[in-house]
Design a protein around this ligand. Structure first.
Ligand SMILES: Nc1ncnc2c1ncn2[C@@H]1O[C@H](COP(=O)(O)OP(=O)(O)OP(=O)(O)O)[C@@H](O)[C@H]1O
Ligand SMILES: [Mg+2]
Length: 262
């Protein structure tokens, strides 16, 4: 994806020494289902934190909680030093949802304008940011086509642009590369690395272990519990392997064993 000299326009500061994201004893219950089960997690400024875990393990629920869209049943979540939900934090967060949030009957530019309006961006500044992000995701030539005519990869690029157009400090990317070809997947991750270099903290969920290996740290979720958390190297060492897939199977088996023992 195209390079840019964009730097973040960030409004909130975290308290002295406070990590960007703090989850303390977070529990989320839907009906009888305990989807998050006493989660303790901190994510520091500048990290690319990967959430990995089987279907239904709670990754999207945690993302939605960090975006301020889901309240914990118990425990607390602080982002940028503030307890969520907090409208002051919302403008510093960009959330790319797992299911597309795009309006198919609008053009790419109109979708971006809609997202800008949510974040209070208007006038020339709005148009400047839209043109800049369209260029970065290489959609400038298709900016005025309706999204219904876009391929899956183009839609993913636009979804990413909608999450980032307001230059958030924290980007929450829920399986951003689903349905994306290997070349574009590589381009997405190169772009994430660039964003990171510009000061954006990223929380990204994925089922691709090669993507997990590119994260600064990983959290392995299972039944809403954090089975393991650390750098990819730490997780490999803890599992006594050099292969990420073997490491994940090791932690999953250990989690199952602990459930049986409990
Ligand atoms: N609003 C809701 N009401 C009831 N149950 C919910 C709700 N949202 C999520 N769940 C349930 O919570 C569990 C965790 O869902 P979640 O979407 O967080 O998992 P996930 O790890 O993102 O899975 P996937 O890898 O398939 O995206 C699932 O059993 C799901 O059905
Ligand atoms: Mg999910």
């Amino acid at each position: 994806m195209a390079e840019s000299s964009q730097t973040g326009s960030h409004s909130l500061a975290t308290g002295a020494g406070e990590p960007l994201v703090v989850c303390e004893g977070v529990v989320k219950v839907f009906g009888k289902l305990r989807v998050l089960d006493g989660l303790n997690l901190t994510i520091g400024t500048g990290e690319t934190f990967g959430l990995v875990g089987p279907n239904g393990s709670g990754k999207t629920t945690l993302m939605r909680m960090l975006a301020g869209l889901v309240r914990p049943t118990a425990g607390g979540v602080r982002v940028l030093g503030r307890c969520l939900p907090d409208p002051a934090v919302a403008a510093s967060i960009g959330y790319m949802t797992q299911l597309s949030a795009l309006y198919l009957d609008l053009t790419a530019r109109e979708n971006l304008r809609f997202f800008c309006s949510i974040y209070g961006l208007r006038g020339q500044e709005r148009e400047r940011r839209i043109n800049e992000i369209l260029e970065r995701v290489e959609l400038s030539a298709n900016a005025d086509r309706v999204v219904a005519t876009f391929s899956g990869g183009m839609r993913q690029r636009l979804s990413l642009a909608c999450a980032l157009v307001h230059r958030p400090r924290l980007a929450l990317l829920d399986e951003p590369t689903v349905g994306v070809d290997p070349e574009l997947r590589r381009a997405f991750w190169d772009y994430f690395a660039q964003l990171n270099g510009e000061g954006t903290t990223i929380v990204v969920s994925t089922h691709h272990l090669d993507e997990a290996a590119r994260c600064s740290r990983l959290g392995l979720l299972r039944f809403g519990k954090l089975l393991a958390c650390g750098t990819p190297q730490e997780l490999l060492a803890g599992a006594g392997t050099s292969d990420m897939e073997t490491a994940f199977l090791y932690y999953a088996a250990r989690g199952r064993q602990e459930e049986v023992t409990a």
